[in-house]
Design a protein around this ligand. Structure first.
Ligand SMILES: [Ca+2]
Ligand SMILES: [Ca+2]
Length: 274
């Protein structure tokens, strides 16, 4: 049972450090990280990346640096840190017993431990790293398409754009971000598979600045698939949300539409590559 004691010792040390960090930065008893660390638990089936030979504290910092990281497992014997795109609140069924691991939801860990990255917002598949000059930068994590990929799922119900954003982030990951040619093809297959000619919400809008379209992860739209044959985008009566629509067999199928309309919507879900 020696390793159990090592687990407790190390976890105890992390609590001590966190308490210190919390007291200095936030005032005591606001961090609540103790409740987040589950000793002897492991979250399976959503490990998108690993870091070897680090501390528990460093593992939490690694998780904070990835936009998609929701939780992590840390093996106290091998010091293997595995990063997860799911967590125990959304997927309690993925938690298993594992004597040598601790599991933690990333929520509640102070952003402070990610250093200069604490104020940097990176894109969905990016990672925040710090340059030698101490500047935080976002870079491609290199893990998308290598360890995990996306599935697009068209809903069976109709909601407003805002409600769709919420529904997707509660159940899956996000309202679909269709930011490359291959993802556009994937979105096309999803809508054609459903066989609908109604609008289907996608995860972009120009609500912040009229005419400047951004995806829900804050990144600029980049690709252009507007249904120009139908004079889109026309901002008719202030249309600020992006919808996909099959019409006249045209291949460009993006329409701006009124965000308060209720349409089908396309969610994006992450899946591990085997
Ligand atoms: Ca608009
Ligand atoms: Ca329009």
């Amino acid at each position: 049972m020696l390793s159990k004691h090592i687990v407790d010792l190390q976890t105890g040390f992390v609590f001590f450090l966190l308490t210190l960090v919390c007291e200095i930065t936030l005032g005591s008893h606001t961090c609540g990280t103790e409740e987040r660390i589950l000793t002897g638990k492991y979250l399976q089936d959503s490990n998108f990346g690993h870091v070897k030979g680090v501390s528990l504290f460093r593992c939490a910092a690694e998780c904070l640096s990835y936009s998609i990281c929701r939780s992590f497992n840390f093996n106290n014997v091998t010091r293997l840190c595995s990063l997860n795109f799911e967590d125990n609140e959304r997927r309690p069924e993925l938690i298993t017993d594992d004597l040598f691991n601790v599991y933690s939801n990333i929520k509640g860990w102070p952003q402070l431990i990610s250093g200069p990255c604490k104020e940097k917002e990176c894109g969905t598949h990016e990672k925040c790293t710090v340059t030698r000059l101490g500047t935080p930068t976002c870079e491609n994590s290199g893990l998308y398409g290598r360890t995990y990929t996306s599935q697009f799922i068209v809903s069976t119900n109709k909601l407003t754009w805002n409600e769709s954003v919420e529904e997707c982030s509660e159940t899956y990951e996000t309202l679909a971000i269709v930011n490359t040619a291959s993802r556009y093809e994937q979105a096309t297959r999803a809508v054609e598979g459903k066989g609908t000619k109604d609008f289907v919400w996608l995860g972009a809008s120009d609500r912040k600045t009229e005419g400047t379209w951004t995806w829900v992860d804050g990144q600029p739209m980049g690709t252009d698939r507007w249904a120009r044959h139908d004079n889109q985008p026309n901002n008719f009566n202030e249309q600020d949300c992006l919808a996909y629509k099959v019409k006249n067999n045209q291949s460009n199928r993006w329409y701006d539409n009124s965000c308060s309309n209720k349409h089908y919507f396309m969610c994006e879900k992450y899946v591990l590559l085997k």
